[in-house]
Design a protein around this ligand. Structure first.
Ligand code: ADP
Ligand code: MG
Length: 247
């Protein structure tokens, strides 16, 4: 588990190979980017916070029967994961209208959706991660209809589990982005991370549209107190994660 060579450096993580070909090491960085990396900065402590939150949530989802890439935490900002063939898709689940859904549809911010919306975006930075229609998805052969069905089902199930978890943390899961991939055995697994970088989370105790924001929108929209918000999400997630251990 020692010999490491850099496999990929992304915007939020550095991924290393290990002595075991099917196991990778993901190192979470403090670097923060938004708007397809046009805005860059750093959130002090983010690497450790996001790695720890992801660890708790992957463990929780595994307990509920969702296969994930998570294997082990090695330090506060590093985890061992199963190597996946990541599908070039960002699977977004929305419970409440925010962000690009509002900009592109005119739905007012905060509109509660009658049922969760599952969307696919093309994971391609040079194209700006565009929203896909199913016909475009099939045209580009990014997935088969069967795979799309399976991804939608898993995303909806994960949404039910995560929404419940965050509700117990007094946060509303507004929307989030998932990445999936296949392991060496051909099993579809949830990969990447689940963190305030990839989820919109609103404090249930706050109604003010800026004060309630506890996720990367604080950085995107220069709302201030970014580190404090991330630390507070971590504190609540850890409290809830520990709570679950007793059951
Ligand atoms: P990005 O800049 O694309 O957001 P990140 O820094 O978030 O990238 O992550 C680095 C890369 O690691 C991403 O391309 C992500 O898809 C990939 N990745 C995440 N989990 C796994 C995994 N289990 N196996 C292989 N690649 C992974
Ligand atoms: Mg990423």
């Amino acid at each position: 588990m020692v010999a490491r060579s850099l496999l990929y450096e992304g915007k939020a993580k550095i991924v290393y190979t290990t002595t075991e070909p099917e196991i990778l090491l993901a190192h979470f960085k403090d670097d923060a980017t938004a708007f397809n990396a046009q805005k860059r900065g750093s959130i002090v402590g983010k690497g450790e916070i996001n790695c720890t939150i992801s660890t708790v949530l992957f463990q929780y989802l595994e307990k509920q029967g969702i296969p994930t890439h998570w294997l082990e935490s090695i330090s506060a900002n590093q985890m061992r994961v199963r190597r996946l063939q990541i599908l070039p898709l960002e699977v977004v689940v929305r419970n409440i209208a925010a962000g690009s859904l509002c900009q592109q549809t005119g739905l007012p911010l905060g509109t509660v959706l009658k049922q969760p919306l599952v969307e696919f975006y093309y994971k391609n930075d040079s194209l700006g991660d565009p929203l896909l229609t199913s016909d475009r998805l099939f045209l580009l052969e990014l997935a088969t209809p069967e795979q799309v069905n399976q991804l939608q089902q898993m995303a909806r199930q994960i949404n039910r589990y995560l929404s419940e978890f965050f509700q117990r943390c007094d946060m509303t899961l507004v929307d989030f982005k998932l990445e999936f991939g296949y392991d060496a055995q051909g099993q579809l697994r949830l990969g990447d991370e689940i963190s305030p970088d990839t989820c919109r989370l609103w404090d249930v105790a706050e109604t003010d549209p800026n004060r309630r924001v506890m996720d990367k929108d604080r950085f995107r929209r220069d709302l201030g107190n970014v580190e404090t918000a991330y630390q507070e999400v971590l504190r609540r997630v850890l409290a809830q994660g520990n709570e679950g251990d007793g059951n």
